[in-house]
Design a protein around this ligand. Structure first.
Ligand code: 1PR
Length: 527
């Protein structure tokens, strides 16, 4: 039996699902007694270092945890739980860590996007039972803005490179802890977790360990989900956001089955967008919760869910905050939530007032679940102009693809309600303000390209990516493997998302990855 320390914040569902998938039973605990009774303890830490340490202190779990760590019984810490073992963190200077190991936790100081999100490799520095049956060149899923800086390298288990080399896992006697998330790292992650859970593996150094590592570009499968006219929840697909064909909603499959299929094929992440969320409140429209619960039992890569994440008052006057909606999704197995329409309205308000309230959905969710958990989904379309003077309040670009009247300039207008309503706000400004409010990533769609198979809008991706420092997921228009190569070599996008070509089985994910392998750093499908 495995004991899991669930201190009450963040998403422990994924870790529980992974352990159960490996055939073990899990007992979640959040009390001193629970920790005292543990024989094999897993501690997944998510979100903010300070918030986590505060909760551990409030619940009087620090002493029992330290006793457990010093008892010689097996311990596995994940992400912020690795950081908690050290003395302090720049993320929360006034909130000491457990101080079991000497050293601190520092913010990434790199000229790359922060958070460090995605699949990166590990350089192995010690033999460990954790590595049994691994090849050594697998990649694991990271999502963090801070990394440990230990005083001693005696217990460095692995390092990873991101701008510079940092310690990505430690091993000291009974204690192992990783910065990466094995529960979100596909088959390699499950193997590593199993090696810890069984406790009977020989220490190993895999044969193919890289000396340096590189963050992979991510390939994301997107499932636009809604109910069709018969009330069935289906994966649909728009043609420039029009999902109806001859009057009916296109039906391209069932969400849970398709997500599983894409995981098996090597998708690095799966995104669900509840595309009618703007009119159907998600907590009344429970199927999406169920979709997440089912999917997360068998899909061990990050899951993002979007659609309808906003404050809402129902017909009985009951008020739900966006944070409550997001929390319901995280509890059901989501790793990130994505906010579309509400982000546009929030940014309009911030610009009108000249400051933020601190109470927007973006800020509230980022505070509790961490910036990396908040994705902003932008639905822009091109507005052509003769000259930049025609749109003085917007980021205008010179385009190599002139408009219908040979206009040489355009700006990208934000829309809400699934493209139904254009606003007086451009995509670059939206991304910039959302980054300031605490968003961790931008999902950059493009209505003009959606479903066209004409390739990503490179000019749009460059305009947004160069304006911000958080990662960008390029989306809309992928029609062949070359389009992924193009977006990864002509822009700094960290990930590329596609829907139609995967759903219609025109270009499977494995083929995209086979094409990119050797050309661009990716996580090969087989891992
Ligand atoms: O506004 O917070 O409720 O969120 C609604 C979410 O639903 C937004 O993320 C919005 O992008 C999405 N959405 C709303 N209506 C549609 C629609 O298609 N009618 N889907 C829609 C957007 C766009 C992509 C698509 C890519 C790739 N889908 O995510 O998957 O364009 O497609 P392709 O590879 O086939 O070209 P809120």
């Amino acid at each position: 039996m495995i004991t899991l320390l669930d201190y009450g914040a963040g998403n422990v569902r994924s870790v529980i699902n992974a352990i159960e998938k490996l055939g073990e039973t899990v007992t979640p605990v959040n009390s001193a007694e629970g920790i005292n009774n543990a024989e094999r303890l897993v501690f997944p830490g998510v979100g903010n270092f300070g918030a986590m340490m505060q909760i551990l202190r409030q619940k009087q779990l620090v002493e029992p945890l330290l006793r457990y760590l010093q008892s010689g019984k097996p311990f596995f810490g994940i992400c912020v739980a690795l950081q908690a073992l050290f003395e302090s963190s720049e993320e929360a200077p006034d909130e000491p860590g457990l101080g079991l190991l000497r050293g601190t936790v520092k913010k990434f100081d790199v000229e790359l996007a922060v958070p460090h999100i995605g699949w990166n490799g590990i350089t192995i520095h010690q033999p460990s039972p954790l590595f049994a049956e691994l090849k050594g060149n697998e990649k694991f899923y990271f999502v963090h803005s801070y990394h440990i800086a230990p005083e001693s390298d005696d217990y460095t288990l692995t390092t990873t490179d991101y701008g510079y080399r940092f310690v990505s896992a430690i091993q000291k006697d009974n204690i192992v802890a990783t910065q990466f998330h094995p529960e979100k790292s596909g088959k390699a992650g499950l193997q590593l977790l199993e090696n810890f859970l069984t406790g009977n593996k020989e220490a190993a150094v895999p044969a193919h360990c890289p000396q340096t590592t590189k963050l992979a570009k991510r390939i994301i499968a997107c499932l636009d989900v809604r109910s069709n006219d018969h009330g069935d929840l289906v994966v649909t697909k728009g043609d420039q956001y029009d999902v109806r064909e001859k009057g009916d909603v296109r039906n391209l499959g069932k969400p849970v089955e398709l997500a599983q299929e894409y995981y098996e094929q090597g998708a690095d992440e799966v995104t669900f967008l509840n595309i009618t969320g703007f009119r159907d409140f998600p907590l009344e429209d429970m199927p999406m919760i169920e979709v997440l619960e089912q999917t997360s039992k068998n899909v061990f890569v990050p899951l993002t869910i979007g659609g309808g994440i906003r404050d809402f008052t129902d017909c009985n006057g009951r008020h739900y905050s966006a944070l409550e909606v997001a929390s319901a999704y995280f509890r059901s197995g989501a790793d990130k939530i994505s906010i579309g329409s509400d982000a546009v309205l929030i940014v309009e308000e911030v610009l009108a007032q000249g400051k933020s309230t601190g109470l927007s959905s973006i800020e509230q969710i980022a505070r509790v679940y961490g910036n990396q958990a908040v994705v902003i989904s932008i639905d822009p379309r091109r507005i052509y102009v003769e000259s930049p003077d025609d749109a003085p309040n917007h980021h205008v670009i010179e385009t190599s693809r002139p408009g219908p009247n040979k206009e040489k300039y355009c700006w990208y207008q934000c829309t809400i309600k699934g493209g139904r309503e254009g606003r007086d706000l451009d995509a670059v400004t939206l991304a910039e303000v959302c980054e300031q409010l605490g968003a961790g990533e931008i999902l950059l769609n493009c209505i003009d390209r959606d479903g066209t198979n004409a390739g990503f809008d490179i000019e749009l991706v460059n305009a947004v990516r160069t304006a911000i420092t958080i990662p960008v997921i390029a989306s809309s228009g992928a029609g062949c493997s070359e389009h992924f190569y193009e977006v990864f070599t002509e822009t700094e996008a960290e990930a590329a998302l596609a829907a139609g070509i995967f759903h219609r089985k025109e270009v499977p994910i494995g083929l995209v990855k086979a094409y990119l392998n050797q050309r661009v750093e990716i996580r090969p499908s087989a891992y």
